[in-house]
Design a protein around this ligand. Sequence first.
Ligand code: MHF
Ligand SMILES: O=c1ccn([C@H]2C[C@H](O)[C@@H](COP(=O)(O)O)O2)c(=O)[nH]1
Length: 338
Amino acid sequence: MQQYLELVEAALSGGTYKPNRTGVDTVSSFSEHYEVDLSKGYPLLTTKKMDGYRWNSMLHEVCWYLSGQEHIRDLREETKIWDAWADDDGHLDTAYGRFWRRYPIPAAEARLEGESWPEAADQWVTEEADGRLTFDQLQYVVDGLSDSPNSRRFVVNAWHPANAAVSTLPPCHYTFVFNVQGDRLNCHLTQRSGDIALGIPFNIAAYALLTTVVAQQTGFEPGTFAHTVVDAHVYCGRGDRGEWYADNLETLQARLADVDDREGYLAVREWLEAEAPAEAEGDERLDHVPGLLEQLSRDPLERPTLEVANVSIDDLAYEDVELLGYESHEGIAFSVAE
Ligand SMILES: Nc1nc(=O)c2c([nH]1)NC[C@@H]1CN(c3ccc(C(=O)N[C@@H](CCC(=O)O)C(=O)O)cc3)CN21
Ligand SMILES: O=c1ccn([C@H]2C[C@H](O)[C@@H](COP(=O)(O)O)O2)c(=O)[nH]1
């Protein structure tokens, strides 16, 4: 997908050096945006291998979101990608699916005079085992798309400000809006923070799949996936390796400006590996820049397609989604900054 390569190129060429809470530094760019037409195929990256275990992780992650579970006890049987952020019981402080499917409704005593809130018996409201009321934002949107497709209120929000202020990892992709134009269902995702090498390829695949599923369930064609990433960053390593970029980013960017064909990115990578201090033992591949330069040197291949069984968002399971006609370049290993 050319748009992804342009995102990588934009962040590396225009970004600034930015340390952050993880201790793994970044090259970061503000407010990157791109759009993908889903009618032209499924935007699973082809410039690195995304089928096999990566596809498995991504698809189980989407099924976990749809489940509305607040824990990863089922998800961690299938993939380790969320393990580092959960406790031994599988509790996770990041509420994606839980807020999509079970957003908290204020208790009766917390409501102000004149405010409108649904009651326990109302549509899309669940009375939880302990009596709390929650709201199913995703089902509300799916039903609304069928009943009043021209509505401009199809917002699903995973951000709760008070929770986000104390959460160990508040949601990164925190709000999305569906919007119908003609027979096309479009989806706009806003992400506050995006790990370009590891997180974003999964995020693109997940929301393109979600849009395809919701379109199928509501009788629309999958339209455009639009993605805004507020802090779009490339991790560039820990310690001396990360700090090297503080002094050398300008030179790297001058070299990138001189690249005039894909091969040229490999020469930049060679220069970087010769100049930058080696990554310390245990920190290998926390610098994502070399791997992304390798990716920039590769030509995107034809997009695959998706075949999704006709099942509701409640029932969607791993076996219901098939990836067809996928071919890719080799996999690239990156380590995750915790
Ligand atoms: N730094 C960072 N980047 C992220 O993308 C990220 C976080 N933290 N924290 C929370 C979640 C967890 N996510 C992750 C975590 C790990 C991989 C990862 O290691 N991906 C490997 C494949 C691993 C596998 O499927 O088992 C890859 O090569 O894509 C991807 C997304 C996305 N999020
Ligand atoms: O779906 C996801 C989840 C997480 N990320 C990345 C973005 C950041 O690199 C980290 C989160 O760190 P913060 O300090 O909370 O921003 O995880 C992603 O890209 N996609």
